[in-house]
Every structure is written in C-alpha cells, then in structure tokens.
Design a protein around this ligand. Structure first.
Ligand SMILES: N[C@@H](CCC(=O)N[C@@H](CS)C(=O)NCC(=O)O)C(=O)O
Length: 281
C-alpha cells in the first residue's frame, strides 16, 4: 500500500506512475533519511505519534492503515493470550513504536520479559524461526505477512490481544506546505473515490456523472486540482493508476492478496469503519 501511494502521487503530479524512486530504509534510518532530504516522502508503515509529528520535524499526511500491535507464538507453546507470556523472550525490530509498547504493556502488568531487538526484519523473523524467542511482536498487519514467510505458517498463532494504536501513513518534512497538501489530498482523494464509487475501471466513464461531488473530485467543476498546484485531472490519473482506497487495500493486503486481512476499522466511516476524508470543494 505504501508503494502504491507513491506511484499514485507520481501519476497525479508527473502524469506517470513510474516516476518515483524507492529507497528501502530500516526502521532506524527512516527519519534521518526524510529529515536530511534523502527522501521526500516516508511511506513505510510508520506510526503517526506526537513526538514524530513535533520534535522529529515531520508532518503526517493521513492514515492509510489503522493498525495495532500484536504477538505471534508457536502453537505448540499452548499459549492463548499475551497475558500468559510472562517470563518470555520477545523478538522485535529496533527503532519502532513496537519496541516501546512491549515495555509499557508488560511493566504495567508486572510481567517479566526479555526483549531482543534487531535492525532488520529478516533478522527478527530468522531469530523467531530459529527459536531464539518465544514470541514475535510487530504491527498486526506485519505479523500476518511474516507468518507467510515462515517455513510452516500453520504452526504459528497470532494472539488475540492488540496492545496499541498504530495509525500508519505517509509523512513529509515540515516546512513545505504545498508538498504536504499534495500528499494529504492524494490520500483523501483515494478514500473519497471509494465513497463515491469511483474505481480504476470506471474513472473515465464517471467523468460523465451528474453528481457534483464526483465532478469536483474528477476536475470537472471547482478548479480544485489547480488549487493544489496541479491540473484538474490529477485525481483521474491518481485513481486510474492505482484505484481507490478499497481497491488498494484489497489488492495489497485484503481479499485479493495472499494476506486476506479483513477491512476492520479500515472500512469507510459510512460502512462501520473510521476511514473518512474531508469534502473536496
Ligand atoms: N509502525 C511501527 C513499526 C514499523 C516497523 O518498522 N516495523 C517493522 C516490523 S516490527 C518493519 O516494518 N520492518 C520492515 C522492514 O524493516 O523492512 C513504527 O512506526 O515504529
């Protein structure tokens, strides 16, 4: 999903979804890379927190996936709850909110634990696979992804507790409001498009719609693309390249992907979820 957001931005701005350069970053490296200008957007399952939004000099442009932290264990441990993990060894990645939340949760319950952290995901997964830790913790979406990479996915269980809020979304550096607006309204346009029933497949025909909300988003009324510093077809290119929010979700992590994660709170606000975009007008 993070990659698609960047491709969509490139389509909206440069009229070509391939005009984007991806630089992979570890959790630790990512903020310095954005602060120093090595990257212009950090789109990499990053949790929107107060410190990152203030002291680290970032601006979060929205939430593309409402996640939360979970735990995975080997089924043969016979554990059914995080509350049974007292005295265990837990593996996770350094430089993440994940690392911090474990301490909060276990200390508050006077549960003993030993945390082993790694710089890279592959190392963390490997350590868990080798049996160096009893549990593996990360954003729940990641647990489902990592489980598929294990030698025997069915031998592992994701425990029911979600111990934190992890609103994930793209961030930019503070100090460039136009760029911030572009990323922000790209995310909103994707959510708005789903609400209005505009998809990758029908975006061209929707340009004939009489609905003023659709007309505004697709640049036929209101001159809104220009207010963003683009042309009025920006959202047509955006949706035409990567689809609406629901399509991006389904294709990458949802029902059309190997992960089959349910939409949950990432459903639209009028479908029982919390994904909501302000009006395009
Ligand atoms: N959402 C959390 C965790 C982000 C994170 O980096 N998680 C690790 C897994 S625990 C990850 O995504 N690794 C991917 C990678 O390093 O390629 C945060 O922003 O701190």
């Amino acid at each position: 999903m993070d990659v698609d957001i960047c491709r969509g931005l490139a389509a909206a701005i440069f009229k070509d979804a391939s005009k984007v350069k991806f630089i992979p970053l570890t959790a630790k490296e990512r903020f310095t890379a954005l602060q120093s200008g090595e990257v212009d957007i950090l789109s990499r399952n990053t949790t929107w927190t107060m410190t990152r939004d203030t002291a680290l000099g970032l601006n979060f442009a929205g939430v593309t996936y409402y996640d939360g932290q979970g735990f995975m264990v080997r089924k043969k441990l016979g554990i059914a709850s995080v509350l049974e993990l007292s005295g265990s060894i837990i593996c996770t990645q350094s430089g993440t909110t994940t690392e911090l939340n474990v301490g909060d949760y276990f200390n508050a319950r006077k549960m003993e634990f030993k945390l082993i952290t790694f710089a890279k995901t592959e190392e963390t997964v490997q350590a868990y696979e080798n049996g160096e830790c009893d549990a593996f913790t990360s954003d729940a979406s990641q647990l489902y992804a990592f489980r598929l990479k294990l030698a025997e996915p069915k031998a592992h269980l994701v425990l029911p507790e979600i111990i934190s809020k992890e609103p994930l979304g793209p961030a930019v550096r503070q100090g460039d409001d136009q760029w911030f607006n572009l990323v922000k309204w790209t995310v909103f346009a994707l959510i708005g498009a789903e609400e209005l029933g505009i998809s990758r497949g029908n975006v061209e025909t929707k340009r004939n719609s009489e609905n003023p909300l659709i007309q505004r988003l697709l640049g036929l009324r209101g001159d809104l693309g220009r207010k963003l510093g683009l042309d009025n077809d920006w959202a047509v290119r955006l949706i035409g390249s990567i689809g609406n929010y629901g399509e991006i979700f389904d294709r990458n992590v949802g029902k059309d992907s190997p992960l089959k994660i349910s939409r949950g709170v990432n459903k639209l606000w009028n479908m029982g979820g919390i994904q909501y975009a302000p009006p395009v007008r």
